[in-house]
Design a protein around this ligand. Sequence first.
Ligand SMILES: [Zn+2]
Ligand SMILES: [Zn+2]
Length: 293
Amino acid sequence: MEIRFWGTRGSIPSPGPQTLHFGGNTTCVEILLDSGRRIIIDAGTGIRVLGEHLKTSTATVRMHLLLTHNHWDHLLGLPFFDPIYREDTEILIDGWPLAFQALTRVFDDHMGDGFFPVAFDQLKARISFINRLARGPLVLDDVLIEAMPVNHPQGCLGFRLREGNHTLVFITDNELGHDEGRRFRDFVRFAQDCHLLIHDAQYLPEEMPEHRGWGHSTYEEAVRLAVEAKAKRLVLTHHDPGRSDAEVKLILQAARKLVSGKRGSPKIDAAREGASYRLPEVHPEARRQAASP
Ligand SMILES: [Zn+2]
Ligand SMILES: [Zn+2]
């Protein structure tokens, strides 16, 4: 499978000269299975850019859209996702059950007081809510997809995708250190031996006391999870909207320092718009070199 980031920011889009490197769009991740099937996680503002890309690269858009939860930063890009205005587009939505209702409410409600001028039932694409993952694992082209509720106000799902011998775990908006709800060991089990762990790292340890209960983690907690679960690679995501590129780079340095010199420890990156990963892993740099003439 190939994984590409289209939005890496938490809470609210944060465009500007300070966020050019890691990006200012909110959460959207594309997963292209080896079968060619396309899975998208979340419809943050990054999905608008994905829509532009699909216009030039794909004749028709067929995809699963897995929604982690119903907070606006994970939904508000959908009205600007160009394929929803095309009759030949098919979108199967799964994930957090309440997120589908919330998604329809982003659009007009025929009463003229919605957030967007077009009503959901006026969209040309075939969009259906299959609601499978909340009831158990989903198998798509031999890829096993599992979901687990995580620690976040109003709820949120983490996803685990296994293709052949390779596993991706995606957990955004999760408070690893929360003293209620899921325990740390539950997350270690869910992420056990994964090849790529993408996890929320919105806060610095010193910011945590003020943000306890907000449903996010520190980079230290995300690194601890990756180490204990023996993940091969960790990608920190859901960057705080107030964080500049330079500050995200400092977080990345600090996270790498926690594992430096330790055998078998995970490689660590910070999620960047446009960055892609392959499982089995080929480092993006190696692929760029292979692709250049
Ligand atoms: Zn969020
Ligand atoms: Zn949230």
